[in-house]
Write a protein that binds this ligand. Structure first.
Ligand SMILES: Cc1ncc(COP(=O)(O)O)c(C=O)c1O
Length: 206
């Protein structure tokens, strides 16, 4: 058996990143910083989102976390309460169900079927929505599937969230690993401020 779910790159961080960290420690940059992250880093993330991911965010809308996993947890805990339901992809990263369960909410799996190219079907997902559904989690590029959703699919799921008044948690931790295919961010279609986007420094970035 080959475990495909742990997405750790096989190589170390680039030398200039390691050097910058070393220089910061040597300069005494070792004290508390704002919980949301230092302003230059939030500004740099906002700039990356604008230029690479193709949608605008103010630096005040960017929060730096200890990894994508913490960002997912914080986003979930902001929007979901005990007893709520959260739509999660199946097959999908196993931690979604655990993170939802941690908040005493219920994960509801929406199928990504092989015969459908492992893409979501909004009509099928609509049948899973109840009056307790608060959020849909979207993961493209997908771990473990490796599928990358096209713009039409991403837009159809954002519109689905609009129709059902759901938060959309967009896990884009693999946004740079598409092997030549264009990655499309849900934030590009977010006209109603319902998308929470998560990115990660744990993977190579563009
Ligand atoms: C789909 C997916 N989302 C989020 C994460 C979490 O990323 P991080 O390592 O930044 O916590 C992972 C890590 O494997 C992942 O596979």
């Amino acid at each position: 058996m080959i475990g495909l779910h742990v997405g750790e790159p096989s190589f170390s961080p680039p030398g200039h990143v390691v050097e910058a960290a070393r220089a910061a420690y040597a300069a005494g940059d070792t004290h508390y910083v704002p919980n949301a992250g230092i302003v230059p880093l939030r500004a740099a993330a906002a700039e990356k989102i604008a230029t690479i991911n193709g949608f605008e965010v103010a630096e005040q809308q960017v929060v730096i976390s200890a990894g994508g996993a913490q960002a997912l947890h914080v986003a979930l805990s902001l929007a979901v309460s005990a007893g709520d339901e959260v739509l999660i992809p199946d097959p999908g990263w196993p931690n979604y169900a655990m993170a939802v369960g941690l908040l005493q909410a219920t994960p509801v799996r929406y199928p990504l079927r092989a015969e459908n190219g492992f893409l979501p079907d909004p009509t099928e997902i609509a049948a899973l929505v109840t009056d307790r559904t608060k959020m849909i989690i979207v993961n493209t590029p997908s771990n473990p599937l490796g599928t990358v959703w096209g713009a039409d699919v991403v837009e159809s799921i954002v519109r689905f969230a609009d129709r059902h008044d759901l938060w959309l948690l967009s896990d884009e931790c693999y946004d740079a690993l598409t092997f030549g295919v264009e990655h499309v961010s849900s934030g590009r279609f977010d006209t109603e401020q319902r998308v929470l986007s998560v990115f990660s420094f744990s993977r190579p970035s563009r």
